[in-house]
Design a protein around this ligand. Structure first.
Ligand code: TRP
Length: 346
């Protein structure tokens, strides 16, 4: 990385489902905050989704939705870079080179693969049943996403910490073999939102089915908030704000003065759970209403999304070219005579 240049921040959204509040406060908001002090390189990881999504039109639709999500929640494509992973073939090229210096055992230990194996064994199936080689290589592709742009910082949710650590190990293995070519990235994880509780109080996660989608219509949002599990304390009983999912969500979204007032009302037994839930639903409406409208507007105009992604891909490819040249030279692969039209950076 050139001296004086801001460190780059790199992160991606895998387009496999509707984004939920945990994704928003745990990853998207921190990533957009980091973009103020870093050169942001943000993308939609459609290649990663391909390990799980079989329906081509679903993958394309989910990818557009993820792009609209980034844009509706505040990514400015003039300032931050936004692209679709599959528009930057340099990523897949680097992934192969990295795979060739990555110890296979490193991938055996990756959470997603291990979880699939454990589930198979528990169900009496063969260890690798239903596991495709893409799922196995998932951490290498993610390392390529990160290392291609010489990222210093990788803003992610807690669930992605191991993947970023694997990316460091992948870079270190490459550097040990070929010299100091790759930059070792650091995960950036917000401790206060590392585990946002879901409707049932467990960590909000698609796999638990306890999420609140960011762009749910207002009535749906309200219905979900009313379903949040609380204890059975009555309105007049003092309540522990630290042990309540409703408060945990409210704390992250409401203004500091509102949060202080709600905390006092909990402690004093001056608010019932139904009331607190209504207050939370109001805050959700207020904070997400405009973004929801922007999201719908973008989805109604796919050509606009494609224009943004196309411009982002051209810039991303230009940014990636020098590092890929150095990697190819380091390992002894030929120079890239055909650059697929990617411009060189200024
Ligand atoms: N694996 C991430 C997820 O499931 C998505 C992702 C792909 C990513 N490549 C990345 C995140 C690179 C950070 C950096 O959400």
């Amino acid at each position: 990385m050139t001296a004086g240049q801001a460190t780059r921040a790199v992160t991606g959204i895998k387009p496999t489902g509707a984004p939920h509040l945990g994704n928003w406060v745990g990853m998207i908001v921190p990533a957009l905050e980091l973009a103020r002090s870093h050169q942001a390189v943000y993308f939609i990881a459609d290649g990663h989704a391909l390990t799980a999504v079989r329906d081509p039109s679903e993958l394309a639709r989910r990818t557009r939705e993820a792009a609209a999500t980034w844009l509706a929640l505040g990514l400015d494509p003039e300032r931050e870079l936004l692209y679709r992973q599959s528009d930057v073939p340099e990523v897949f090229e680097l992934a192969w080179v990295l795979a060739c210096s990555t110890p296979k055992g490193l991938l055996n230990r990756a959470h997603a693969y291990k979880a699939a194996v454990d589930a198979n064994l528990a169900a009496g199936r063969a260890a690798d049943d239903g596991v495709n080689a893409g799922l196995y290589g998932y951490p290498v592709l993610m390392a390529a996403d990160i290392l291609l742009f010489e990222a210093g910082a990788v803003p992610v949710g807690q669930d992605q910490r191991q993947h970023v650590e694997v990316a460091r190990d992948v870079a270190a293995a490459f550097n040990a073999a070929y010299g100091p070519v790759l930059t070792l990235p650091e995960p950036v994880i917000r401790p206060d939102v590392a585990t946002l509780p879901g409707l049932d109080g467990r960590k909000m996660s698609k796999s638990y089915g306890n999420t609140i989608p960011v762009f749910a219509p207002p009535a749906e949002l309200r219905r979900l908030v009313m379903r949040i599990v609380t204890d059975s304390r009555g309105r007049a009983e003092p309540k522990d704000p630290g042990a309540c999912t409703v408060f945990a969500l409210y704390r992250l979204l409401a203004d500091p003065a509102e949060v202080a007032a709600m905390r006092a009302a909990y402690l004093d037994g001056a608010v019932g759970y139904a009331e607190a839930k209504r207050a939370l639903a109001d805050v959700l409406d207020r904070t997400l209403g405009p973004a929801r409208a922007a999201y719908q507007g973008l989805l109604a105009d796919p050509a606009r999304i494609e224009t943004v992604l196309g411009a982002g891909a051209a810039r991303a490819r230009a940014l990636a070219a020098p590092l890929l040249d150095r990697v190819r030279a380091a390992v002894g692969l030929g120079p890239r005579f055909l650059r697929g039209g990617a411009a060189r950076p200024p």
